[in-house]
Ligand binder design. Structure first.
Ligand SMILES: Nc1nc2c(ncn2[C@@H]2O[C@H](COP(=O)(O)OP(=O)(O)OP(=O)(O)O)[C@@H](O)[C@H]2O)c(=O)[nH]1
Length: 387
């Protein structure tokens, strides 16, 4: 059975954590649509203006009036292109799209009113223009329903009011409006289909990206993703003369857990460890599964003392509460090696220091923290420090 919820548009399914990325994606699409639309509008509107003689030889008096209605379209399309090619955006593309869509609607409905004179041939000619315009405007509505109200409902309401004020009987206009309105519906359906396609592509790409950067068992970052973050943080620290810290943790005697309770229970212990570590971190910190039962934490803007406090909270979050896995209550501790990194340092040396500190923590009895300060930090306890 098809569930109602499965008929909801895909944007509803974009998880909140991906909404900023989805917004950025939509803005890119709007930027691309705006440039194509601006070129199409410039070319076609200029073409229609200069083919006036050919199409409406019996109404040369309307040349200037037509130009008047076309100027807003030419202006909004030119601004869009100017904004793009000078690299200095005047405003977001969604507003440029709105300006183009609304000016097209104003132009075509205005032209309809000045050409509607009871002479069927003239009126049908402008009706053809309306068919093309309504379809094009629906395609400009990249964001969907909110835009349709603005692009169609608003101009058509104003059009109906102006027509009435001019003494035109609305039922008499309907036969001419029929094809454009059908095309508007087709355009809306097509633009919604395109939107769903784009949302589906976006979700698939995000899922792939997430799979490539996270560890499946724990949901933490994987080693590759962490390397990227480390390099970024290192570059940032070097540029601003800032400090960041690393904490490398390794579960104590974890082999014994696997041997005694089995691999599945070992997996649950790893997942619970990831959860407890994550709850001790700030939003800007990063946590990664560095190896089998090794966890690496990156703490931007944190000096050695601060990192040692975080490490102590982490150590206690495991040592103070046994892990509940299945029907088992498993006491699990962790040893941690801490170091800080400065601009003149390098990442590989910092990781090596954290590893050496971790080795010391294991050697000194496990369930403890050791720290090795960076040689560039000028830290008073520049050798080893431990909890
Ligand atoms: N369940 C499970 N176990 C893993 C995973 N990855 C690594 N391990 C296990 O982690 C254990 C690591 O054991 P060792 O390196 O000997 O270290 P340890 O027993 O923790 O002892 P110390 O580190 O010296 O305290 C091995 O038994 C690995 O099989 C995993 O994804 N799931």
């Amino acid at each position: 059975m098809v569930r109602f919820s499965s008929l909801k548009p895909p944007y509803k399914k974009v998880p909140p954590k991906w909404l900023p990325a989805y917004e950025a994606h939509i803005r890119t699409v709007e930027g691309q649509v705006a440039i194509v639309a601006a070129w199409v509008l410039l070319i076609t509107v200029i073409f229609y203006q200069f083919s006036h003689e050919l199409r409406l030889a019996h109404r040369p008096d309307l040349w200037l009036t037509e130009l008047f209605f076309r100027i807003p379209v030419l202006l909004s399309a030119s601004l869009t292109l100017l904004s793009h090619y000078t690299g200095k955006p005047l405003c977001q593309s969604r507003y440029l799209l709105r300006a183009m869509g609304l000016s097209v609607m104003a132009m075509i409905l205005g032209l309809f009113l000045i050409h509607y004179n009871g002479r069927t041939a003239d009126t049908y000619q402008i009706t053809n223009g309306m068919v093309i315009s309504f379809f094009g405007v629906a395609i400009l509505s990249v964001r969907g329903s909110r835009e349709w109200w603005l692009m169609f409902a608003l101009p058509l309401t104003i059009f109906a009011l102006v027509a009435q004020a001019q003494g035109l009987a609305l039922p008499a206009l309907l036969p001419f409006m029929f094809d454009p309105l059908v095309m508007m519906i087709i355009g809306i359906v097509m633009s919604e289909a395109l939107r769903q396609l784009r949302a589906g592509e976006f979700l698939a790409r995000q899922q792939l990206r997430e799979q490539a950067t996270t560890d499946q068992l724990t949901g933490l970052l994987n080693r590759r993703a962490m390397h990227q973050l480390l390099n970024q943080e290192y570059a940032r620290a070097k540029r601003h003369g800032a400090t960041f810290s690393l904490i490398l943790g390794d579960l104590d005697r974890f082999k014994g857990v696997n041997d005694r309770y089995g691999h599945n229970i070992g997996d649950i212990v790893l997942q619970e460890t990831a959860r407890r570590l994550g709850s001790n971190m700030r939003a800007q910190d990063a946590l990664c599964r560095w190896g089998g039962e090794e966890i690496l934490m990156l703490l931007p803007g944190t000096v050695l003392d601060g990192a040692m406090h975080v490490a102590e909270k982490v150590r206690r979050s495991l040592a103070d509460d046994p892990m509940l896995a299945g029907e088992h209550s498993i006491p699990q501790t962790i040893s941690l090696g801490v170091t800080s990194c400065h601009g003149d340092d390098d990442i590989e040396s910092a990781i090596k220091r954290a590893d050496d500190a971790l080795y010391q923590a294991k050697e000194n009895g496990r369930n403890r923290i050791e720290a090795i300060a960076s040689p560039y930090s000028g830290h008073v306890l520049s050798a080893h420090q431990s909890f």
